[in-house]
Write a protein that binds this ligand. Structure first.
Ligand SMILES: [Zn+2]
Length: 354
C-alpha cells in the first residue's frame, strides 16, 4: 500500500517536473545563491543503421537538445568550470550552467555531433580511450554485440539460462547479460572469456569496422582547433577497480601523455570507464590526482553541487529524446529527486554506461 502510494507520488513528480512552465516558474522563484551546474554525458550520436551496435542518439534529437540547453543554460567548457568555480556567476551574469561531454571516442562525435556543436558555437569535451584512436581496433562490447547479432549459432547456453539466438529479443538479453558479467570480473579473466566467445561465435569482423567506428588522431586535432577539448578515458578502457595498481598507473598516466603529445595541450580532466561507484575507489582517485588531472567524472546521475568533490563529478545521461533531457536537467526535478530519493531507480531506465 505504502509502496503504491510512493510510486504514485514519483509518477506525479516526474510528470510535474517535465512541464516547461513549471520548470521556468521554479527557476524564477529559486533564491539559491550558488550556481546550478549540470554535466551531460553522451556516447554515440548517429542514425541507427544496424541492429547490433550500441544505442545512438539521433543527430536531429541531439541538435534539439543543444538548442534547448543553449536557451536555458550558459554552456561552458570543462576547463572554464575547473578554473572559475563560483566566479562563473559573475563572469556570465547567469546562475545556470551546462557542460557537454562524450565518452569513449566514437567517430560519430566527429561526423554527427561536431558540425552541430560548431554551428551553434557550443564547447564540449570528448574523453578518449587512447589505445583505440586510429588503431582500427573495436571495443570489446562492440565485438560481443557484432558477434551475437551475426553468428550462425542458434543457441547459447550458460549457467544461468539458454538463449534462442534466432530471436532478436533473446540476442538483446544475452548481450545485456554478457556485458554485465564481463564488467564485474578481473580484466585478465574478462579478456580470456572474450577470446573464448570470439572462437565460439565464429564470426569474421569486417576489416575496416574499427576505423569506421572510432576517431582518428587527425579528426581529434581538427576538432581541437575548433572548440572541442579532450580528456582521458584511459588507454584500454578497463574497469579501474578490477586491475592492479601498476596497470591503473599506466592507464591513467599514459592516456594523458598520449593526448598531450598529439594535441600539444595539457589534459586536465579524466573520466572513469563505466563511471559507477564500484568502478573506482579511493586508491584510484588518489592516482588520478597524482597524475596531474584537475578533475574526474563519474556517471552518478545528479547535478553538480559546488562542494562536490572535483574527482567524483556526477553527470546526467541525456536520454534518447528532448523530453528526458528537459526532465533530468531541470532544477525542479533534481531538487524533487533529492527530497523523494527517486532519481537513482528512475534514471536506471534510460542510462547506458560504458
Ligand atoms: Zn567508456
Amino acid at each position: 500500500m505504502i509502496e503504491g502510494f510512493k510510486l504514485k507520488i514519483k509518477r506525479k513528480t516526474i510528470r510535474l517536473a517535465s512541464n516547461q512552465y513549471l520548470i521556468n516558474l521554479y527557476n524564477n522563484v529559486s533564491t539559491k545563491s550558488s550556481p546550478y551546474i549540470i554535466i551531460i554525458v553522451y556516447h554515440r550520436i548517429g542514425p541507427k543503421t544496424d541492429e547490433w551496435s550500441f544505442p545512438s542518439l539521433n543527430p536531429h534529437v541531439f541538435e534539439t537538445q543543444m538548442i534547448y540547453l543553449k536557451k536555458y543554460f550558459q554552456i561552458i567548457s570543462m576547463d572554464e568550470y575547473i578554473n572559475l568555480g563560483v566566479q562563473l556567476m559573475s563572469k556570465y551574469n547567469s546562475s545556470r550552467f551546462a557542460i557537454i561531454t562524450f565518452d569513449d571516442g566514437y567517430r560519430d562525435s566527429y561526423k554527427n555531433a561536431f558540425p552541430i556543436l560548431r554551428s551553434h558555437g557550443i564547447p564540449a569535451t570528448i574523453f578518449l580511450t587512447t589505445g583505440f584512436i586510429g588503431s582500427g581496433q573495436l571495443f570489446w562490447w562492440d565485438i560481443i554485440r557484432y558477434m551475437v547479432w551475426n553468428t550462425k549459432i542458434k543457441c547459447f547456453k550458460n549457467d544461468i539460462k539458454s538463449y534462442n539466438l534466432s530471436l532478436n529479443l533473446e540476442k538483446t538479453h544475452l548481450i545485456a547479460q554478457l556485458e554485465y558479467m564481463l564488467k564485474c570480473i578481473p580484466e585478465s579473466k574478462k579478456n580470456k572469456i572474450i577470446c573464448d566467445l570470439i572462437d565460439y561465435f565464429n564470426v569474421e569482423l569486417p576489416n575496416d569496422l574499427g576505423k569506421e567506428l572510432i576517431l582518428s588522431w587527425d579528426e581529434v586535432k581538427e576538432m581541437n582547433e575548433n572548440g572541442i577539448d579532450f580528456g582521458s578515458h584511459t588507454v584500454s578502457h578497463p574497469i579501474l577497480s578490477n586491475i592492479s595498481i601498476t596497470d591503473a598507473i599506466y592507464e591513467i598516466n599514459q592516456s594523458k601523455r598520449d593526448i598531450e603529445q598529439k594535441i600539444g595541450m595539457p589534459v586536465n580532466s579524466f573520466s572513469y570507464p563505466n563511471g559507477q561507484p564500484l568502478d573506482f575507489n579511493p586508491s584510484i582517485i588518489k592516482l588520478v590526482k597524482k597524475s596531474g588531472y584537475k578533475c574526474a567524472l563519474t556517471t552518478k546521475q545528479k547535478s553538480v553541487s559546488l562542494e562536490e568533490e572535483k574527482f567524483e563529478l556526477p553527470r546526467l545521461s541525456s536520454g534518447l529524446d528532448l523530453e528526458t533531457l528537459r526532465l533530468v536537467s531541470s532544477e525542479l526535478y533534481q531538487d524533487a529527486s533529492y527530497i523523494l530519493n527517486l532519481k537513482d531507480k528512475w534514471c536506471d531506465s534510460f542510462c547506458c554506461n560504458i
